[in-house]
Design a protein around this ligand. Structure first.
Ligand SMILES: NC(=O)c1ccc[n+]([C@@H]2O[C@H](COP(=O)([O-])OP(=O)(O)OC[C@H]3O[C@@H](n4cnc5c(N)ncnc54)[C@H](O)[C@@H]3O)[C@@H](O)[C@H]2O)c1
Length: 454
């Protein structure tokens, strides 16, 4: 990591940018700032196919669990052999999609007891992540656990211990951090492309019922087709309520609100790009403005986070926002701002703008300069590109695939994963602390080194 304010950093970056432009045959022409836009292609990783087969199971075969399975099966040498879910409709659907010889069960412990299963995906609601992951690691399975890694911050330490004691691969499913876009942003930041980082911001905006978690309730739902006790687990006992299982995100006993659902992705990416361990102060405000369907969590949430200086980065501030009632629509965004520019980062693209590359637009400064009639006109300068755009090359398999490659490579070769339990907790904790801050109306102090709430 370049040390904060290192004098070489920007020169290093500009030199590399020029070399990159030559290598890709880009021909930037100095016309206007708008025209000075260079576009570069980010090359995908090249993967080798494997000879040995990994036997995979999924626990929690809903929307994301099955999306994970589909992506995992694109990795050579992976076979789905078993599925666990507490709703029969999911088990039937898994057989329809993946063949009658895939075995199914309502009880995930049957999967963990089998010797022929190497790895499991945990795609259950959040309140089950920690328990099933620990049980699976102790049973000798590699685990790909969906985000957020835990339902409560205090559950993190036991899962980190289980990962370390088992020696098994454990990866958290914030796939964006394995993307070409995040990798490029990290390299650009380290090369000094935006100068010294001082601020970052991110948001998720949605405006439709599905985006706001109003999922369809299956017609055949009943206490016969749902194993209600298996859904509840350690959550408080209640009579059967289909809304609670099929729209679990709305309830605090099972979900983690918009911050656990969405901020956590932004934390994972930001921490990857900046090599940060996390903020030391967390503050959140928000409200339930529109989706008054009995949910217990806000549909608008704003978070403010203070990142102290560390070996990896200068001190900076972060602002995050989720709006499930955003009339401007469905988009997401992560921006890093530094003393010399800013980067908009997605999983497939980085747009870099540098303020040294454009003429000042400050009206006051212009007036003052016009007033100085004896001022000599300064010599015009050569300007670098105002905007550089890095885009993934055609055929890029995507962040989700890259994240699974990292997982299965670790299972086969013992290499480190992109997002282990320590990284996973450091991404989840500030997101979960937002709930604490919002509901208890307080500032939460978090020690990202020791991973403890102060
Ligand atoms: N990485 C991503 O981009 C991403 C995207 C969406 C969801 N997720 C995460 O994936 C997880 C699942 O979300 P979803 O949208 O797929 O929810 P979902 O409701 O569609 O799926 C959850 C499934 O788990 C099952 N289940 C509940 N308790 C169980 C238990 N004890 N044993 C076995 N099965 C159980 C449910 O019946 C359901 O089929 C969540 O933690 C969510 O945060 C991640």
């Amino acid at each position: 990591m370049t040390s904060p304010g290192a004098p070489q950093s920007r020169r290093t970056f500009v030199g590399k940018l020029a070399a990159g432009a030559l290598a890709t045959g880009a021909m930037p022409t100095v016309l206007s700032a708008a025209a000075r836009r260079d576009v570069f292609t980010l090359a995908s990783h090249r993967y080798q196919s494997a000879n040995d087969q990994i036997q995979l199971a999924v626990i929690g075969a809903g929307g994301m669990g099955m999306a994970d399975v589909n992506t995992a099966l694109r990795v050579p040498g992976v076979k789905l052999v078993a599925v666990a879910d507490c709703y029969d409709g999911r088990l039937e659907r898994a057989k329809e999609l993946h063949g009658a010889d895939v075995s199914t069960t309502r009880d995930y412990r049957e999967i963990l007891a089998r010797d022929d299963i190497d790895a499991v995906i945990v795609g259950t609601p959040d309140h089950w992540h920690q328990k099933i992951s620990i049980d699976a690691l102790r049973a000798g399975k590699a685990v790909y656990c969906e985000k957020p890694m835990v339902h409560k911050i205090g559950q993190g330490a036991d899962l980190i211990r289980a990962q370390n004691e088992s020696g098994k691969t454990f990866q958290v499913g914030s796939q964006g951090m394995s993307s070409l876009g995040n990798e490029k942003a990290k390299a650009l930041l380290e090369d000094g492309a935006i100068g010294e980082l001082n601020y970052a911001e991110g948001f998720w905006a949605r405006n439709d019922p599905i985006g706001a978690w109003q999922y369809a309730i299956p017609e055949d739902e009943s206490e016969k087709t749902v194993d209600w006790d298996m859904f509840l687990g350690d959550a408080p006992k209640r009579p059967y309520d289909p809304l609670r299982i099929f729209r679990w995100r709305n309830y605090r006993d099972y979900g983690t609100g918009v911050s656990g659902d969405l901020f956590v992705h932004l934390f994972s990416s930001l921490h990857f790009v900046t090599s940060s361990k996390g903020p030391r102060k967390v503050m959140a405000q928000g409200g339930l403005r529109y989706w008054k369907d009995g949910r217990e969590v806000p549909d608008i949430l704003l978070g403010m986070f203070d990142y102290a200086e560390s070996d990896a980065h200068p001190p900076f501030n972060l602002s995050l926002r989720v709006n499930l009632v955003d009339g401007t629509s469905g988009t997401t965004f992560l921006r890093l701002v530094g003393s010399e520019g800013a980067m908009d980062v997605t999983w497939t693209e980085v747009v870099l703008r540098r303020n040294k590359a454009v003429s000042p637009t400050d009206v006051f400064l212009q007036m003052k300069s016009d007033e100085m009639d004896d001022a000599l006109e300064a010599r015009k300068q050569m300007l670098p590109p105002a905007e550089s755009v890095y885009v993934a090359e055609d055929g890029y398999m995507g962040a989700h695939f890259d994240h699974f490659m990292s997982f299965f490579r670790s299972v086969r070769e013992g290499t480190p994963v992109a997002e282990d339990a320590v990284f996973g907790l450091r991404a989840a904790a500030p997101a979960l602390a937002c709930n604490e801050s919002y509901f208890d109306e307080k500032v939460v102090e978090w020690d990202p080194e020791t991973m403890k709430v102060l």
